[in-house]
Design a protein around this ligand. Structure first.
Ligand SMILES: Cc1cc2nc3c(=O)[nH]c(=O)nc-3n(C[C@H](O)[C@H](O)[C@H](O)COP(=O)(O)OP(=O)(O)OC[C@H]3O[C@@H](n4cnc5c(N)ncnc54)[C@H](O)[C@@H]3O)c2cc1C
Length: 355
């Protein structure tokens, strides 16, 4: 049965959910205080992978995320694969064994093969893992792509509109109160990234998030020289389709647990640029821009997806949202449409914080 569903947040998570809900026939409104991909989604490294994971369940969700991106058939996702050589020695062997045990596509390669695949990289590892199923998404563009699909299926978008609260009656949501008035709703999906805890707290839902600033540098464009996402010791890197390079300033950025930037943004950017230049010394690289966003990282580091508080309230917020958006969009729309529960989401319910 068609329901009036308000999705709060037009980042990649809200956009993917809105697209699937609208395609399932619901009456969908997406609200954002700024506009599409205005926060983390527009300032993300965009690496879609399952090689970074917390445990077996998290790996399964992330691997399903990759499959769902394939099904999404979205432009602005580049299926380049990754080359991982962040660690050597025991760390390398553990990573290889774990990924093989999970039947993840992984190919150990030697220095010669690495050189064939990436002839412009100067610091050649003795060995690396080729992860051919991984990809990169351009956060702003894929968010816009999902919103366009949602709108083509009848969804409305309200941008520049702040959500001020959610009204309830008899234990169920009734309206979303915004700076542009109140909207009636049968279901409210809160996909507001770092804004999520503040929206659900007045409804008695406890969700705390870690403070995790994330800085990226973008260089000016050069001709195409790098075909994979590189996960090098101390530096991750990819070349965008337009020739610019994109790189986090923190090593192993998905696991970065610093709550403050350790130096000025300019200093961190210059240090990262120097590391990138060491990898690609033949390129005349110069810094084009620095971006910063707070990553939406729930307090245990894992996604938060599911109903919480009053009837009709549903939360979807997480880090690695680029990896997970396509599968989250599918599963949330199925749960809200069919009333079932997705096994893949079982470890990530919001109720784990309310004990
Ligand atoms: C530097 C960096 C690198 C990253 N690298 C990767 C990576 O390589 N791979 C990966 O998978 N993930 C990565 N991530 C994480 C990923 O980008 C995020 O998990 C994802 O973008 C979160 O999407 P979202 O839609 O939940 O949140 P957001 O994109 O933050 O969107 C939330 C939206 O809600 C809106 N909003 C908030 N409060 C309100 C309100 N009260 N009223 C109305 N609107 C509101 C905001 O304006 C915003 O547009 C990275 C993040 C950063 C910052």
């Amino acid at each position: 049965m068609s329901q009036r569903i308000v999705v709060i947040g037009a980042g990649i998570i809200g956009a993917a959910i809105a697209s699937h809900l609208a395609e399932a026939g619901h009456d969908v409104t997406v609200i954002d205080r700024t506009g599409p991909a205005a926060e983390a989604s527009g300032r993300s490294f965009g690496w879609i992978n399952a090689s970074f994971f917390a445990d077996a369940a998290h790996f399964r969700l992330r691997a399903a995320g990759i499959d769902a991106w394939r099904r999404a058939g979205m432009q602005d996702v580049t299926w380049s694969g990754s080359l991982w050589f962040e660690e050597d020695g025991a760390g390398f062997d553990v990573m290889l064994t774990q990924l093989q045990d999970f039947n993840y596509p992984v190919e150990p390669i030697d220095r010669d093969r690495f050189c064939e695949l990436e002839p412009h990289v100067a610091t050649l590892p003795k060995r690396a893992l080729r992860l051919p199923s991984e990809a990169a998404a351009e956060g702003g563009a894929v968010t816009q792509g999902y919103l366009a699909r949602a709108q083509a299926s009848g969804a409305r978008a309200l941008f520049g509109v702040d959500v001020l609260g959610i009204d309830t009656a008899h234990g169920a949501v009734t309206h979303v109160v915004t700076s542009a008035g109140a909207l009636p709703a049968d279901q409210v999906v809160v996909a507001a990234g770092t804004g999520t805890p503040g929206i659900v707290a007045p409804l008695g839902v406890n969700l705390s998030m870690l403070r995790r600033p994330g800085l990226l540098i973008t260089t000016r464009a050069v001709p195409p020289v790098l075909s994979h996402i590189l996960i090098a010791p101390g530096q991750e890197l990819r070349q965008l389709p337009d020739g610019r390079f994109l790189a986090p300033t923190s090593p192993n950025h998905q696991a970065d647990d610093a709550s403050e930037l350790e130096a000025s943004a300019q200093d961190l950017a210059e240090t990262a640029l120097a590391r990138v230049a060491n990898l690609l010394p033949d390129q005349a690289l110069s810094l084009e821009s620095i971006t910063m966003a707070f990553r939406p990282v729930p307090e245990d580091g894992l996604p938060v997806v599911g109903p919480a508080g009053p009837d009709g309230l549903y939360i979807a917020t997480m880090h690695s949202g680029m990896t997970l958006a396509a599968i989250i969009g599918e599963l949330v729309a199925q749960e809200l449409t069919n009333g079932g529960t997705a096994d893949l989401l079982a470890p990530y319910r919001p109720g784990r914080f309310s004990a």
